[in-house]
Design a protein around this ligand. Structure first.
Ligand SMILES: Cc1cc2nc3c(=O)[nH]c(=O)nc-3n(C[C@H](O)[C@H](O)[C@H](O)COP(=O)(O)OP(=O)(O)OC[C@H]3O[C@@H](n4cnc5c(N)ncnc54)[C@H](O)[C@@H]3O)c2cc1C
Length: 450
């Protein structure tokens, strides 16, 4: 087996691939599928043991509504979920639903059926560059450090980890370098959802407009008139909750899991930097305390929860935003306002600028009407520093506010499709990823007419 010297240690090169994807999450899994559809050899290096990233390991569902027409790889994943008897459409909203176990299984099957390789429990730690090219990545595995050789590399780590190690310039947070709120999501089982639904709807709560009882959502944001607020206040008065537990509460049903709801909370207070490893660890401890209070509170106060229990905690924090690369184009909120189109616009977004708990800046952030969208240029996924790198996911080149729109899952999946195709073009035409003609890429993607 070939090996290379890394800080004085001889380490084995265990793969040599056309396309290496660091991070098998929302964008990475889609990018790998796209590359495999183009018949180039592809490996995903994933630090956990399931694909889907924030969607599965952070328990984040459903996919936010979009009126942008669904692209091919996203459609393929949704169809496969349907084959697994997962209902993805609620009949009222444009959300796309899933449950986390079904999604991680479906992604893994789709990748392996196409001959894709997945290296699980494998953490990217560094890369080796020659000139402007990454030649190898160094990964920590159960057998120690290994090297992987590749022609093209996709940074889908969500924290720009490969980009940063390859010397790409990054930024983070808003003007004061504050990041968005972290959440620590969890699931409860044993909920009598029909009883809960009747209770909430009988009180005239109009938050959830979905008629199909399989899809239900509850929320409590103080001051917004939610019917659950007085119950939370009572919990506070009785010492079962703390003020911080009332910041934000939301939960969704999970198709295929009849007594289960997935909680988009707690919002963890006091952590304004997501790029500090010590603060991330503090967020875990704080978040877990908050989860355990909520899990005791709900059965005591809310009908339907009487026999409910904590089913699982996410095994990754819900990080909305950390580092962002500064690539060849920085997409801004003005592109949102202007509904900008680009010659190399390879994905489209229409979600609003959804900043959690940090003051919004003075830009016209009104939501789009159906049919309106902005484009994401390929140039915001490639860098000035590295020839054979493309970046996909929440950490592409954009401003803080713009990231709050483009980070949603359907948009990230579409970026992934473009990244995988770009790698195939790069390999087949022996052209650096940063020299691919984005207009050609756009044409090949055949984005549906809106
Ligand atoms: C709390 C919260 C709620 C949200 N709500 C919604 C919602 O309701 N609907 C919606 O559409 N969007 C929502 N979003 C946004 C959306 O889920 C994310 O922005 C999106 O999933 C990010 O995709 P990604 O590919 O960039 O990252 P991820 O999906 O997180 O993928 C990154 C992957 O990289 C892996 N990785 C990281 N570092 C390494 C390493 N060193 N080595 C190997 N692997 C590594 C991770 O394990 C992970 O699998 C929410 C986000 C959060 C945090």
């Amino acid at each position: 087996m070939d090996s290379l010297s890394f800080f004085g240690h001889e380490i084995p090169i265990i793969y040599e691939m056309d396309c290496i994807v660091v991070g098998g999450g929302t964008g990475g899994a889609t990018a790998a599928l796209s590359a495999l559809e183009e018949k180039i050899s592809t490996l995903i290096v994933e630090k956990t043991i399931s694909l889907g990233g924030t969607q599965t390991n952070s328990l984040v569902s459903p996919m936010m509504p979009t009126h942008v027409k669904i692209q091919r790889i996203n459609q393929m994943i949704i169809e496969r979920l349907n084959q697994e008897n997962i209902k993805t459409v609620d009949g009222t909203t444009e959300c796309s639903w899933f449950n986390v176990e079904a999604l991680s299984y479906v992604l893994e099957q789709l990748i392996t059926e196409r001959g894709g390789e997945i290296l699980y429990d494998a953490k990217f730690i560094d890369c080796i560059k020659e000139g402007g090219d990454i030649t190898h990545i160094i990964v920590s595995t159960c057998s120690g450090l290994v090297a992987i050789k590749g022609k093209t590399f996709i940074d889908a780590s969500a924290d720009a980890i490969l980009s940063r190690s390859a010397g790409v310039t990054v930024e983070s947070g808003d003007k004061e370098q504050r990041n968005q709120q972290i959440s620590f999501r969890f699931e409860m089982g044993g909920i009598n959802i029909p009883v809960l639904r009747d209770f909430i709807l009988s009180k005239g709560e109009t938050f959830c407009k979905i008629e199909d009882p399989e899809f239900f959502e509850i929320a409590m944001v103080p001051g917004k008139g939610h019917f659950l607020e007085p119950l939370f206040r009572k919990g506070l008065e009785n010492g079962d909750l703390m003020e911080e537990d009332l910041r934000y509460f939301q939960a969704f049903t999970q198709p295929g899991k009849p007594t289960v709801m997935s909680f988009n909370c707690p919002h963890i207070p006091g952590i304004v930097k997501t790029t500090d490893p010590k603060l991330r660890s503090k967020a875990v401890v704080k978040g877990r305390e908050m989860i355990h209070r909520l899990v005791k509170f709900l059965p005591k106060y809310v009908p339907g929860f009487e026999h409910a229990f904590l089913l699982k905690e996410a095994n990754q924090l819900g990080i909305r935003e950390s580092w962002r690369i500064i690539g060849q184009y920085v997409l801004t909120e003005h592109d949102y306002v202007n509904r900008s189109r680009f010659e190399d616009g390879i994905a489209r977004g229409d979600w609003y600028i959804d900043v959690h708990s940090v003051s919004k800046e003075d830009v016209n952030q009104s939501k789009f009407f159906k049919g309106e969208y902005y484009e994401i240029p390929y140039r915001s996924m490639i860098t000035k520093e590295v020839n054979n790198l493309v970046v996909v996911g929440r950490h592409i080149s954009c401003t803080f506010l713009m990231q709050a729109s483009l980070r949603i899952q359907p948009t990230v999946r579409d970026m992934g499709q473009a990244a995988g195709l770009a790698c195939a073009l790069s390999v087949k035409e022996s052209l650096g990823l940063n020299r691919i003609n984005g207009a050609v890429l756009k044409k090949k993607l055949q984005l549906a007419e809106e």
